[in-house]
Design a protein around this ligand. Structure first.
Ligand code: GAL
Length: 430
């Protein structure tokens, strides 16, 4: 982690290259690409709502005299961003900091190249204010390595309110009601489900169905504990049946569609619902729409008692440059501060990752969401999202993505999908 530079260099290059490694400038791996007084921050926040939220960090830094060099890599859930980050690190040119998720944060920490955030965390009482399920990922071997921006949850439905009114649709309480309302929209000539056909989005919808069909214990067994019996079970077969049913209500242009374009279909009244994490709300807010009036938010029917979460962590790359070190600590302090946690979530659609804040300034969806996250944290039903790297390491996540997306894009029978899912997970873990 915050080990000295030479040790880090040696770890990365191997002992055979030792003389060469020692001859290298000590700045080789340092976060030294940003000009003086600037932080370079790798992230995938490129949609309207995301960029606004990121702007809140840039503004805070600017107030403290710190400049901003943005390093955006478009692509939801960070799939592309992680590839770019890997190549920056391999070429010895890390940014000052990067947005990462759950298991990826642990992975970077294990490679021994991150700055410790322990001092800031201690001063800010992070051990007390951030929930345990999140600390498991933001700390490595007892040390803080990631500053949590927020808590997002993936089990939300975003709905167009005037379409609901026009079609006489009440907020569905059960899975059957949910499907019936989608059918109503389809029969009236609308798209029921705004859908983005990308692997991480397929799995976001899938994990919603897992929770809705099997409940929290089943979700944990199958997607977190990776229990082969749960993965290849009658319940999982039923999950795939439900997913197949849901897919009847997407449109034919869904393959490859970005998540925010799917959100725009709901915003523009082309589609009734989108199942998506609450960053989707950032798009509605960015279009000046109000929850309860212009759009509705509700937990995916059947998932009210649990929350599948992800949280963006800012990790900082180890550097010898004292100014960069200072700026990294300042950035971590800002991200963890009560005021920033509220401001950021107001743009991003999330809820604060700190559990000790007043919800007064949050909108109606986030107020409810914040309460649900808090009670899920108490009841052990705050569970990591598979699609967003909080349920299983990247190798398993990618294996799951493959199976779910082949199911979505073919006529694969449900029992075959369950069997293949179990086999793919086993292959990725053995
Ligand atoms: C998630 C990330 C969110 C949001 C989303 C879509 O993985 O945690 O902050 O940006 O991807 O890009």
């Amino acid at each position: 982690m915050h080990a000295n530079r030479n040790k880090t260099v040696i770890n990365r290059l191997g002992l055979a290259l030792l003389p060469f490694a020692l001859a290298l400038s000590t700045n080789t791996l340092a976060a030294d690409t940003a000009p003086d007084g600037e932080v370079e921050v790798l992230n995938w926040w490129t949609s309207g709502g995301e960029a606004k939220a990121l702007g809140a960090l840039k503004d805070e830094l600017s107030d403290q005299g710190i400049g901003w060099k943005n390093m955006p890599v478009a692509g939801g859930a960070g799939t592309n961003a992680m590839a770019v980050l890997r190549s920056r690190i391999t070429s010895g040119n890390p940014p000052t900091a990067a947005q990462v998720l759950g298991y990826d944060a642990q992975d970077w920490a294990e490679r021994d190249g991150l700055s410790s955030l322990d001092e800031v965390a201690k001063a800010g009482k992070w051990d007390e204010v951030f929930p345990q399920p999140l600390q498991q990922f933001a700390k490595y071997e007892g040390h803080w390595i990631g500053a949590p921006f927020e808590i997002h949850s993936t089990n939300w439905v975003w709905a167009n309110k005037s379409l609901m009114d026009e079609l006489g649709i009440e907020q569905p309480k059960t899975w059957d009601d949910f499907i019936a309302s989608l059918k109503k929209a389809k029969d009236a000539g609308y798209t029921g489900l705004a859908y983005g056909g990308q692997p991480w989005q397929d799995t976001t919808v899938f994990e919603n169905v897992v929770l809705a069909t099997g409940g929290a214990d089943f979700y944990r067994k199958a997607l977190i504990e990776l229990d082969p019996e749960a993965l290849d079970s009658a319940t999982m077969t039923q999950v795939f049946d439900h997913l197949r049913e849901l897919l009847k209500y997407k449109d034919d242009n869904s393959p490859g569609r970005d998540w925010n374009l799917a959100t725009a279909m709901v915003i523009n009244g082309k589609a009734l619902y989108q199942i998506m994490g609450d960053w989707a709300k950032g798009e509605f807010l960015n279009a000046n729409l109000k929850p309860g009036t212009d759009f509705m938010c509700f937990r995916t029917p059947g998932t009210q008692d649990a929350v599948t979460f992800n949280s963006d962590l800012m990790i900082m790359f180890d550097t010898d440059d004292a100014q960069q070190q200072q700026m990294q600590q300042t950035m971590a302090k800002i991200i963890g501060s009560p005021e920033f946690q509220i401001t950021f979530s107001q743009f991003k659609g999330s809820v604060p990752a700190r559990m000790d804040l007043s919800a007064d300034k949050l909108d109606a969806c986030a107020q409810r969401g914040y309460e649900q996250v808090k009670s899920a944290a108490k009841n052990h039903t705050l569970m990591g999202s598979m699609a967003h790297g909080y349920a299983a390491p990247a190798s398993v996540k990618n294996a799951v993505f493959d199976i779910i997306s082949s199911f979505v894009n073919s006529d694969m029978p449900s029992d075959v999908a369950a069997e293949q899912l179990a086999a793919a997970v086993q292959g990725a873990t053995s």
